[in-house]
Design a protein around this ligand. Structure first.
Ligand code: FAD
Length: 595
């Protein structure tokens, strides 16, 4: 159904990436008909699928995985067919060897050798005993958790390659945001009930069988069916605004320029470029412009090599650690889904190179890049150079929002300024300059759409709180009840209270027992209870003795209760410490995936 795009719309959305499409989809669900303006010729943004001679490939592999049930349900509903589950196989190339990743202890030990493993272990123990007292940089954060040796050999070269700067210039905040430890609550329920979801998030993922683009095409169809529009090849060139209200969006479609009036604008374009567009009358305060100008991005070059070989290696991707290689990761697309290649006897690989605009790599021609990629592949021993029969290069600017020291402050300056616009919201990865995956990018889009309809969501809270967008925004009562029960059973016992309670009970028992025997009387009164005098100094089975028995009963009961509570608290604290450590280990298991 090809309707001409309208000249006006209640909501304009910049960008048909996951965030923009999720916003449009949410709006049409509520009977509001937005127009999405996309400068490219296809949907999906960085998560699109490109096609070259029938070979399909992602801009880097895109796993569909999320902790958020609402997003998972949305993916499954929109793409109700062809959303396959893939069992993950990935390795790390490290020091001339391939190690399973996520790391498998025995595999790592045998591949690294006993001596290196021992050094790594010793360095880890040292970091546990004498960690860096302050964690200001990525280097310190990682060393404190993995040890300095593993950091230096394993993480530093890859991170520096990806981010194009040494790890002591990357703030620790960045690692903190990417690797959120489990909350104590999550760790406890994990320890008590196990967590299949967390396990499966690491070992398997979903994937549209013809690449992620299939998902975004399905989104576009749903949006069009319900009266929304996605205008491709339409670049937003400028914004008009008065009195902190966006009034118009200047667009370019082919050679034609035109302006669309705006009621609400949702933007997923890079934040720095948006600020530049707002500044055409020099209305943006200098501090905001300065903050925006210091935002930087890292680009990605994907060199696709098509090889005349049916099977090269079983992994979906391999991380290439080690400074001797420029390539950071190698994708093997037919291992994501066989439908990614048109000929099962051939293989297509995506060699990922990270770059800055204007640097040596980004200035190289496609031919030169292809030659580097083919030669690196051969040096890694993964294929012969002469097996490469065709190549294709895709350049993706703004692939990674870079976090440098002070970025949180700069982001706040920009966020506060943009908050002043009553009809503008920014969403997604570059739209918020956050290292968001598809799920978090989409959540910001959905919440922005709901804000247009009258809600008041804080988009910056997405990704801070992993499960912000639950199906029903309120937490389920069943979960709250379980959490309450768990917290109660692990809460510390009050030592004095237990002591007083047990002391009172045991004191009263001895008091009543003695009085009862006195009242009962007889020739010999309470010969057995009389034996208590060995422990209760001055005790006799008499009225006076009943008070002495109460005193000693209370004392022993109190001591027993106090020590019981003390020991129990100590054991619970030790258990919680173990649970916390285990949770930390679990959240660090796939650390490299988050770098
Ligand atoms: C190598 C790599 C691997 C990744 N792997 C995963 C993964 O495994 N799983 C996962 O969940 N996420 C992954 N991601 C992250 C994922 O790609 C992003 O989270 C997602 O694409 C962000 O969506 P978005 O809509 O916010 O932004 P984008 O995808 O950047 O979309 C923004 C859109 O806006 C358009 N646009 C920009 N400026 C204008 C303008 N002036 N006018 C009109 N249109 C404009 C762009 O063309 C683009 O289509 C990966 C990212 C990279 C770089």
């Amino acid at each position: 159904m090809n309707r001409p795009p309208p000249d006006t719309a209640p909501v304009l959305i910049i960008g048909a990436g996951p965030a923009g499409l999720a916003a449009a989809h949410e709006l049409v669900r509520q009977d509001v008909h937005p127009v999405v303006l996309e400068k490219g010729d296809k949907a999906g943004g960085i998560a699109r699928t490109e096609v070259y001679r029938g070979y399909r490939f992602d801009i880097g592999g895109h796993r569909f995985f999320t902790k958020n049930d609402a997003v998972m349900k949305l993916w499954q509903t929109v793409l109700d067919q062809g959303f396959i589950t893939v069992h993950r196989i990935s390795r790390i190339y490290y020091d001339g060897r391939f190690l399973d990743y996520p790391l498998n202890f025995f595999n790592a030990l045998t591949r690294m050798g006993a001596t290196e493993s021992l050094f790594i272990l010793l360095s880890y123990l040292r970091s546990q005993i004498r960690p860096y007292p302050e964690e200001e940089t990525f280097e310190q954060w990682v060393s404190n958790r993995f040890g300095r040796r593993l950091y230096g050999k394993f993480f530093a070269p890859y991170t520096a390659k990806l981010w194009g700067m040494p790890c002591d210039r990357i703030p620790a905040d960045w690692a903190r945001q990417r690797i959120k430890g489990l909350s104590l609550m999550a760790a406890l329920s994990h320890a008590l009930f196990g967590n299949q979801k967390a396990k499966s998030l690491i070992h398997e993922f979903h994937y549209p069988e013809k690449g992620p683009g299939m998902m975004w095409e399905a989104f576009c169809e749903k949006i069009a069916e319900k009266g929304g529009h996605v205008r491709f090849d339409t670049k937003v060139m400028g914004l008009n605004h008065t009195n902190r209200r966006i009034t118009g969006v200047k667009c370019m479609e082919g050679d034609r320029t035109f302006e669309m009036p705006v009621e609400h604008l949702i933007s997923s374009m890079p934040l720095d470029k948006l600020i530049a567009m707002l500044d055409h009358h020099r209305v943006v305060p200098a501090g905001v412009s300065k903050a925006a100008n210091s935002m930087s991005h890292r680009g990605l070059i994907l060199v696709v090599l098509i090889l005349d070989k049916d099977a090269l290696f079983p992994d979906q991707w391999i991380y290439i650690h080690g400074p001797g290689f420029k390539v950071g990761r190698i994708q093997n697309f037919k291992n994501w889904s066989p439908a990614m290649v048109p000929d099962p006897h051939r293989t297509s690989l995506g060699m990922e190179y990270f770059c800055n605009e204007g640097d040596r790599l980004s200035s190289m021609s496609d031919e030169a890049l292809s030659a580097v990629a083919a030669s690196e592949l051969a040096r890694l021993g993964l294929a012969e150079k002469n097996q490469v029969i065709d190549t294709f290069v895709v350049r993706q600017p703004d692939a990674y929002p870079v976090y440098t020291s002070g970025y949180e402050k700069r982001l706040k300056v920009i966020g506060d300024f943009l908050d002043g616009f009553e009809n503008l919201q920014t969403i997604g990865r570059n739209g918020m300059h956050r290292y968001n995956n598809m799920d978090h990018s989409m959540q910001t889009g959905i919440l922005a759409a709901r804000n247009v309809l009258g809600a008041d969501h804080d988009l910056w809270a997405v990704n801070e709180e992993a499960e912000y967008l639950e199906e029903d925004a309120s937490v389920s009562p069943r979960r709250t009840l379980t959490e309450k029960m768990i917290l109660q059973s692990f809460a510390g016992m009050d030592k004095s209270a237990l002591g007083i309670a047990l002391g009172t009970v045991s004191g009263l028992l001895f008091f009543v027992a003695t009085l009862w025997l006195v009242i009962k009387g007889g020739e010999v009164v309470g010969p057995n209870l009389q034996l208590l005098s060995q422990y209760f100094f001055g005790y006799t089975v008499s009225v006076k003795g009943a008070f002495i028995a109460f005193f000693y009963g209370f004392l022993w009961g109190f001591l027993f209760g106090w020590f019981f509570a003390y020991l129990r608290n100590l054991l619970v604290a030790l258990h919680l410490f173990r649970v916390r450590k285990k949770a930390e280990r679990l959240s660090l298991r796939d650390f490299v995936d988050h770098i």
